[in-house]
Design a protein. Sequence first.
Length: 165
Amino acid sequence: MILMDKSFDQEEFNLFNPAYCGFLILNSIREYQQFNKKGFPSSLVYTILPIIMTKAITDSLPRTTSTSFISWVMDNNHNFVNFDERVMGFFEVTQEAIHFLMSNNTISINEKGFISYTSKTVKKNSKIFNQSSTIKKQVSASNLFGKWMAAQESTTVYSLLGIRP
């Protein structure tokens, strides 16, 4: 199969499917907007998939936001060595997912670069996501990440994760 001008085998295509990756991004944006109405910073959207789709990172996530993002990153800093490279590795996958969401009028990006959830028709969870423990964990992680980001300044996130916008 061809995706993003690269050849992927069926397993890779399924893992990086723009609809699935878009759903994970959408969950983070939706949760973020529950706490911060201005919209999700577009530069931070590129940190979502590298965190949510990296098993070592999702395995270390707390169950609730009672643990702050800052303390969690500090306690798990070994998972963020060369994180900037991971972000770049997910760049095209994230771009495809954003394109998918925009082409389906699910999100919009305003002139200040904030992404908003615009379609109320996408369910927060579906039975299909209960069929795999990995998918359940990724969906839960996307929700947690959105809540965490609503309480953070972008510059703090970049600094903690060792990336530059």
